[in-house]
Design a protein around this ligand. Structure first.
Ligand code: C5P
Length: 298
């Protein structure tokens, strides 16, 4: 058996804007969202094995059959007619679990991309998008990463030109939020008047020239801040520490602050780090693309 290893790294994401337009008959919500990949990477590697297995360095993660990586692998096996192939997969986590940064979705996209190459399938891009959408609303975004508009339930992706260089401070509490719980909490709030941010405005947004952040929102924020008031305080703390914008990422629990200067992001990291000693503070930045390949030499 060969000792070949193939490795891929996949970034996390934040939502610079997340507007919930309506509840759909299928139970999902119709969204308009601006995804941005950020510099925090999960790593997935494959080595030879006769069947599919998954191991991880994260104690928070269940590596059983329901893990999105294994679900992605089995979906690809089935659709490509290669149910007899295997791989020993190993996942190293950096993206917070249940943090609203798309960690599980990123790992599913990484699994599709990695195993497509490992099994030499050459699945067309459009087919990969379909498989990704079947696995979860955020998964298609991670096939390309960078800056992108997400429509439908978030799975219909329009890749945009890179929004611009920006420093991001990620503040992750010692608890997660279940996406379904955040959406369920919206309830009647959906009937409130919505702020309209037009699609052309979202598509042409550039950091830091545009001051559109005044109108950008995350509609899940008030629901999640009501569930966990410490997240509201943390967001306010980020603003006080100099963030131009502070927001909940996706359905939480991570909150993020945006900064023009690395020096001000570093100062804020120290300040919020001492105010929230139990929380994980990560200095990050916007990234242009998505997955990057590694090799045995890494
Ligand atoms: O698509 P995904 O499986 O990641 O979504 C997880 C849950 O989040 C869904 O089961 C649904 O309850 C909620 N959701 C939603 N509307 C979306 C995306 C997710 O209601 N657009």
């Amino acid at each position: 058996m060969s000792d070949r290893t193939l490795r891929v790294e996949v970034p996390g994401k934040i939502n610079l804007h997340l507007q919930v337009l309506a509840r759909r008959p299928d139970g999902y919500h119709e969204l308009q969202t601006l995804y941005q990949a950020v510099d925090i990477w999960d790593r997935l590697s494959a080595t030879s094995a006769s069947r599919l297995t998954l191991a991880s360095d994260s104690l928070e993660l269940d590596c059983g059959d329901d893990n999105l990586v294994l679900r992605a692998a089995r979906l690809l096996q089935r659709k490509a007619g290669v149910a007899d192939r295997g791989a020993a997969l190993r996942l190293e986590k950096a993206i917070p679990v249940r943090g609203g940064m798309g960690g599980g979705s990123a790992d599913a996209a990484a699994a599709l991309i990695l195993l497509d190459r490992w099994w030499e399938l050459r699945t067309p891009e459009a087919r990969m998008q379909e498989l990704a959408a079947e696995l979860g609303s955020d998964v298609p975004f991670f096939l390309r990463g960078g800056s992108a508009l997400g429509l439908g339930r978030g799975e219909r992706i329009q890749t945009l030109p890179f929004v611009g260089d920006c420093h991001v401070l990620l503040l992750h509490p010692p608890f997660g939020i279940a996406t379904a719980e955040a959406f369920a909490g919206l309830g009647s709030r959906l009937t409130l008047p919505r702020i309209g941010v037009s699609l052309p405005r979202l598509k042409s947004f550039k950091w830091p020239q545009d001051n559109d952040f005044g109108v950008f929102v995350n509609d899940l924020e008030s629901v999640v801040f009501d569930l966990r008031s410490e997240l509201r305080s943390a967001s306010a703390e980020l603003k006080q520490a100099g963030a131009r914008v502070a927001m909940l990422s996706g359905s939480g629990s991570t909150v993020f602050g945006l900064f023009d200067q690395l020096s001000s992001a570093r100062r804020a990291a120290e300040k919020v780090g001492s105010a929230y000693p139990e929380w994980r503070v990560v200095l990050s930045r916007f990234v242009r693309g998505g997955v990057r390949w590694g090799s045995n030499a890494d």
